[in-house]
Design a protein around this ligand. Structure first.
Ligand code: HEC
Length: 445
């Protein structure tokens, strides 16, 4: 360290300079009982972690936030709830560490009301619903898909949801959660006495043998580890049609871990007035082959014998799959946000809109399976970017299929495996390349 850095400029102190940054940026997760692995709420804790804090914030791994501006991608608008720290904040933490992490005078500490109370859950007025009983995954399978049908009298006659959040029960085994509505009520009939049923991929969109009514699904939220509550701006809501059932699909990935029970809950808030816009979700990607019109899976560098395939070769340090889909809706719609998705081998997801030979990058996400979120633009609905009929949406997903990829490596080690070719599919060790586009549709009069 440059020994005189601290003395020259005067080292930042914990109470005056560092505590306010930690309170703003970190302690909503790093408090006693929070989702961060340690608390950063007092001087001793922060001092002990100072060198690691410097490394993690300097590399912009903490606070977790994947949407970055790069030479390839400058999104059209700023992001809502952007977690990125300023260079100045990062430098202050670094100078504090290099200066010996002094405590300073507690009289300099910010007034108590600055202390962050921002929670990762919705507030006390939210409706909180849970499955009838905790669920114990069966030991026989590594990937298990279980669906829970909720009894929610609050939405029986239809509702407009303004905020929604999945509260994971057992984070060690809950891999991913999808929440959707079923208008026909067909799925409720599949549930046993505990309100749940097995729902392997593909079983939810069609009637099973012996069923008279087919499910009518609409996804309202997908959650994965790190997912924050989805709070919609004023005038925007998710519509629940009358008599719909809310169904939560939980993907358990027990791996080699012990089998433990889980009780994952759902929270939501209802809009106080009739919203101007409803959120519609258009899922793009996960193609297994090219389509005739040029959409679908695009040719890639590791295709074999001229056959276009979704395959990430074992030991490929950098491999990309690209997907294209044309927007064919009857009219233009504002694009409100994006939810990129891949699995453990994924390291980056980029979404572009192609129109008249021009390309606009909408999002470039340094993908981390543990920190999935929905990115929404900070703008009034009338100022959002529009998606026009004929626009082509292109998604490029990059993967690292080596033991250098720490998320993948951890899972492979737990299962006693080495990197192998990865194909498209729903299981934890297969891959996806997907983006849900959140579009705003005017509420019918
Ligand atoms: C949204 C919740 C959240 C926020 C905000 C957050 N952290 Fe973390 N942090 C975590 C979790 C969870 C981990 C455990 C590792 C992981 O899952 O990536 C972690 C890990 C860490 C680690 C250890 C990394 C390692 O692998 O050794 C450090 C250091 C850290 N955080 C510092 C910070 C600092 C400093 C801030 C604020 C500038 C911050 N975090 C903000 C949740 C958070």
């Amino acid at each position: 360290m440059p020994a005189n850095l601290a003395t020259l400029e005067g080292s930042p102190t914990y109470h005056r300079d560092v505590a306010p940054i930690l309170e703003r940026r970190c302690i909503k997760c790093h408090h006693e009982g929070g989702i961060g692995p340690f608390a950063l709420t007092d001087y001793e804790q922060a001092r002990a972690m100072a060198p690691v804090i410097t490394v993690e914030t300097g590399a912009r791994r903490m606070p977790p936030w994947g949407a970055h501006d790069t030479h390839e991608c400058v999104p059209p608008l700023p992001w809502r709830e952007d977690e990125r720290m300023s260079d100045e904040e990062i430098m202050t933490l670094r100078r504090w560490d290099l200066g010996g992490a002094p405590e300073g005078d507690s009289k300099d500490s910010p007034p108590a009301d600055l202390v962050s109370t921002q929670s990762l859950e919705l507030d006390a007025t939210a409706i909180d619903i849970a499955p009838r009983a905790a669920y114990l995954p069966t030991s026989s399978s590594l990937d298990e898909f279980r669906c829970f049908v909720f009894d929610a009298p609050e939405i029986e006659s239809g509702a407009h949801i303004s905020a929604i959040h999945v509260v994971p029960g057992n984070r060690r085994i809950v891999h991913h959660v999808t929440v959707f509505t079923d208008r026909s009520g067909a799925l409720a009939k599949r549930a046993g006495p505990d309100g749940s049923f097995d729902c392997p991929p593909g079983s939810l969109d069609r009637a099973l043998p012996g069923e008279e009514v087919a499910p009518q699904n609409a996804t309202i939220l997908a959650w994965a580890p790190g997912g924050k509550p989805l709070r919609l701006p004023d005038g925007v809501a998710i519509e629940i049609a009358p008599k719909s059932k809310i169904v939560m699909e939980v993907h358990y990935s027990t791996g080699a871990r012990s089998i433990e029970p889980d009780l994952t809950r759902l929270q939501f808030s209802l809009a106080a007035t009739k919203p101007k816009y409803l959120v519609g979700v258009w899922g793009v990607g996960n193609f297994g082959s090219p389509l005739e019109n040029g959409d679908g899976l695009q040719p890639g560098e590791n295709d074999r014998d001229g056959v276009v395939e979704f395959r990430i070769p074992a030991q490929a340090e950098s491999h990309a799959e690209t997907m294209v889909a044309t927007f064919t809706h009857g009219g233009a719609l504002p694009l409100f946000g994006l939810r990129p998705h891949a699995h453990l081998a994924g390291v980056e997801i980029k979404v572009d809109v192609l129109r008249n030979g021009a390309t606009q990058c909408m999002l470039q996400d340094s993908w981390d399976f543990h920190w999935q979120r929905i990115y929404t633009y900070e703008a009034a609905p009338e100022h959002l970017p529009m998606l026009y009929p004929g626009d082509r949406v292109r998604i490029r997903c990059s993967y690292n299929n080596t033991m250098m990829n720490r998320r993948l490596a951890q899972e492979l080690r737990e299962r006693g495996l080495r990197p192998m070719d990865i194909f498209g599919g729903p299981d934890t060790l297969s891959e996806m390349c997907l983006a849900d586009l959140l579009l705003l549709v005017k509420t019918p009069e």
